[in-house]
Design a protein around this ligand. Structure first.
Ligand code: LLP
Length: 384
């Protein structure tokens, strides 16, 4: 059940909009920070999950760093006031312009994903007379057992440097006078719910860490990425199990004195804190199918169309009366513009308000202008 069942406050707000529960966000951030603290783990928030400045303000205040994948995200993190020394710039295709901008902002570290990128970064840093700190993103070939579109740590993926290229990578690092190697970086995928895969990741991190140390490199940072999933099926299960997650790394990762462990969590921090609030425009009862046609579509929340992702849908206007099976669709001229097929809902009517839950991560930020739709708006629980 939608935690906030008093929907009278939504009645006068034009739909669709993202509704952010800022208290829940605060609770989630606090739980994560408290779970990481005993191990002195460092959490960086992956802005790609949601770069909404209102959320970023809360995330910065809790003390997390920022994991960015474009100059735009780096700029946003700086504008919001994240400490430069807690900003990491990752991504498989950083342009020269983006690298230059990040060098000018003196960020903490570049997570580098190819040998060619090392060479370019070294050149650009030299031109500015700077030393760039780098962590090498290694593709560990660990299966994250998640949706194939969001797995990133297998040999067939484009991300990171493969193990067989590491000797050349080490030579390049040694020859690069304007780079300072500080550590290794991994990210095996997203929406990971089977925590055992992180044990496999730890084993690989330990192996690679030893490999670099044997080659004479000092590792200051072990960055194990993000990927912790959320419960899309039971969104009232609001806060991910950060305790169990961090305990795995504490138990299985070999951390030496002076080394820091960094995490890059996105979805787990913000995913449950928003719903897409939308209204039924029309109900179409057909012979074979019944449709609820909403005023939000794939342009506002793309995950179902793109990954066949499940989001729980709730009619907030009706109680548990007679139920009907509906295909719940948006207004866009695409057949994939569908939030759910054969979804059991109370009998629904034009004007009913629906919540599409667990939409805080990869929701608002992946919205598009397709069909020249109006930009999606955001509403915050502490403001209405
Ligand atoms: N670090 C790196 C290098 C990443 O590529 C990602 C996500 C993260 C951290 C954060 O992962 P998280 O903790 O949020 O799982 N749009 C897709 C998800 C794409 C994830 C991309 N990388 C979705 O809607 O499911």
């Amino acid at each position: 059940m939608f935690a906030d069942k008093d929907i009278s406050k939504f009645n006068n707000i034009e739909t669709p909009f993202y509704y952010y529960d800022t208290e829940l966000l605060q609770k989630t951030l606090r739980t994560c920070a408290d779970a990481a603290a005993p191990f002195q783990f460092h959490v960086h928030y992956a802005l790609k999950a949601n770069f909404n400045s209102v959320l970023l303000e809360q995330i910065k205040t809790i003390g997390f760093g920022a994991d960015c994948v474009s100059a735009g995200e780096v700029r946003r993190a700086v504008e919001v006031g994240f400490d430069h020394k807690k900003i990491v710039f990752a991504g498989v295709g950083k342009s020269d312009k983006e690298i230059n901008e990040a060098l000018d902002l003196d960020i903490f570290c570049f997570n580098v994903e190819s040998i060619q990128e090392l060479e370019v970064l070294n050149e650009l840093a030299a031109a500015k007379g700077k030393i760039a700190q780098v962590a090498i993103r290694i593709n560990p070939n660990v299966d994250a057992h998640t949706h194939h579109n969001i797995t990133t740590g297998l040999d067939e993926n484009k991300f990171g440097i493969n193990s067989w290229d590491l000797p050349e990578c080490a030579d390049t690092l040694k020859a690069s006078k304007n780079l300072k190697f500080i550590g290794i970086h991994f990210h095996i995928g997203s929406q990971i719910t089977n925590l055992d895969v992180y044990k496999n990741l730890c084993v690989r991190v330990n192996e690679f860490s030893k490999w670099f140390e044997d080659k004479g490199f000092r590792i200051e940072v072990l960055n194990v990425g993000g990927g912790l999933g959320i419960d899309y099926y039971s969104p009232d299960n609001q806060i991910p199990d950060f305790d169990s997650y961090f305990k795995i790394f504490n138990e299985f990762l070999e951390v030496k004195a002076g080394q820091e462990v960094h995490f890059e969590l996105g979805r787990a921090l913000v995913g449950q804190s928003a719903s897409l609030i939308t209204r039924a425009l029309y109900i179409k009862n057909g012979k074979k199918k019944n449709f609820v046609i909403l005023d939000a579509g794939m342009t506002e929340l793309m995950r179902p169309a793109l990954y066949q992702a499940y989001h729980k849908i709730e009619n907030l206007t009706r109680g548990n009366e007679t139920t009907v099976k509906y295909d719940i669709v948006g207004p866009i001229c695409e057949s994939t513009d569908c939030f759910g097929k054969e979804v059991e809902q109370p009998e629904s009517f034009r004007g009913d308000i629906f919540a599409i839950r667990s939409a805080g991560a990869y929701g608002e930020v992946m919205a598009s202008k397709y069909n020249l739709r109006d930009a999606i708006r955001s509403v915050y629980s502490n403001e209405i």
